[in-house]
Design a protein around this ligand. Structure first.
Ligand SMILES: C[S@@+](CC[C@H](N)C(=O)[O-])C[C@H]1O[C@@H](n2cnc3c(N)ncnc32)[C@H](O)[C@@H]1O
Length: 218
């Protein structure tokens, strides 16, 4: 049974709901996202959503069984601190699932993009730097999938639909009139190799392995 899953960082409680439905019903899901410093809890029987800093999660060590983060790390400058914070709240052996944008081999991305209107709040790292950062934080890689090709196909399809029959509601409703340009740049950046999309699952090493790793780095 999954007892607790942390989804770091969700823009909306909806993502917690998705996890809740997918998890064992006796489990619980907590979503954390940035915002004001106060912690606000919107709870149902098995999901809670709170505002917190992903670099300073208000949970005890080894609190969560698993964690999930989607499209977040690219907005966080302190990548080492981010992975260390998640590592701290995971139980040994707990898994962290990540879906994120990484830097491509081409030139820097064209802005605005959906995660950043300006380059100053975008902190993309190369796939190698991401993998090394996770290993340094004490995670063992279980899977690594480059989703760039699938994401390009999806972006092309969504882009074509947007032009042929624009939906009255969608991401543009919450992201504003700049969204069309952001989405266009996302497609272009993928096409031009400026960004890649990765999905990886890593696991927190168990205590003995963590100790050895710290000694090696120490
Ligand atoms: C590109 S959005 C993605 C949101 C959501 N994960 C999604 O896929 O729709 C990045 C999110 O990371 C949050 N964020 C950035 N830095 C954070 C931090 N230090 N602590 C918590 N959340 C943070 C932002 O508030 C924003 O909601």
């Amino acid at each position: 049974m999954v007892h607790t899953v942390s989804s770091i960082t969700m823009a909306r409680p909806l993502c917690c709901g998705v996890l809740t439905r997918r998890c064992d019903t006796r489990g619980s899901v907590t979503g954390a996202s940035s915002g004001r410093s106060s912690h606000r809890s919107i709870s149902s029987t098995s999901a809670a959503f709170l505002q917190a800093d992903a670099l300073d999660l208000p949970f005890a060590d080894e609190f969560f069984d698993h964690a999930w983060t989607q499209h977040v790390a690219m907005n966080i400058a302190d990548r080492a601190g981010f992975y260390a914070a998640i590592h701290r709240v995971l139980k040994p052996g707990g898994r962290l699932a990540i879906y994120d944008v990484v830097a491509g081999e081409g030139s820097p991305p064209t802005y605005p993009v959906p995660w950043a209107r300006v380059p100053g709040i975008s902190f993309l790292v190369t796939p190698e730097a991401m993998r090394n950062g996770l290993a340094r934080a004490g995670f063992k890689e279980l899977s690594w999938d480059d989703k760039t090709v699938a994401c390009r196909a999806w972006a092309d399809e969504v882009g074509a639909k947007r032009h042929s029959s624009p939906a009255p509601f969608g991401l543009h409703t919450v992201m504003g009139p700049e969204f069309a340009e952001m989405a266009g740049n996302l497609e272009r950046n993928l096409r031009e190799g400026r960004i890649r999309i990765v999905e990886t699952i890593v696991a927190k090493l168990r205590a003995a392995a963590n100790r050895r790793r710290n000694e090696d780095h120490g």
